[in-house]
Write a protein that binds this ligand. Structure first.
Ligand code: MYR
Length: 131
């Protein structure tokens, strides 16, 4: 289950990923230590998400298979949706500014939630611990 409070534990290639996303060095340095926490609450196909970090606090709802809008901390706007494939959440989003695709997955393994990101040939992961 994805339900619970998750706190960022470590990043894998996140710096390179952000660089590919066009995020400047100062912001990348800050974002690498953003203390991201996410709370996920799934009820059937509906998810409630609380996101809190050094940059902002926000809450949002999404439904599997239903397109929604999401803005990154730097203001980049995305539009897309999550679907479930087996035990994995798969997200396909488009950047509104350039039309390019960002894909992401979430999977729970033991007490870790692993979120992967893919953009323009660059892969990264952020690994969260249950808290
Ligand atoms: C959510 O389920 O938490 C809301 C929707 C998330 C959309 C995909 C997030 C991609 C984040 C990429 C971070 C990139 C920073 C350069």
């Amino acid at each position: 289950t994805f339900n619970g409070n998750w706190k960022i534990e470590r990043n894998d290639n996140y710096e390179k990923f952000m660089e590919k996303m066009g995020i400047n060095m100062v912001k990348r340095k800050l974002a690498a230590h953003d203390n991201l926490k996410i709370t996920l609450e799934q009820t059937g196909d509906n998810f409630h998400v609380k996101e809190s970090s050094a940059f902002r606090n926000l809450e949002l709802d999404f439904t599997l298979g239903v397109t929604f809008e999401y803005s990154l901390a730097d203001g980049t706007e995305l539009s897309g949706s999550w679907t479930m494939e087996g035990d994995m959440l798969k997200g396909v989003f488009l950047r509104k500014d350039n039309g390019k695709q960002l894909t992401t997955t979430r999977i729970v393994q033991g007490d870790e939630l692993i979120q992967s990101y893919h953009y323009e040939g660059v892969d990264a992961k952020r690994i969260f611990k249950k808290c």
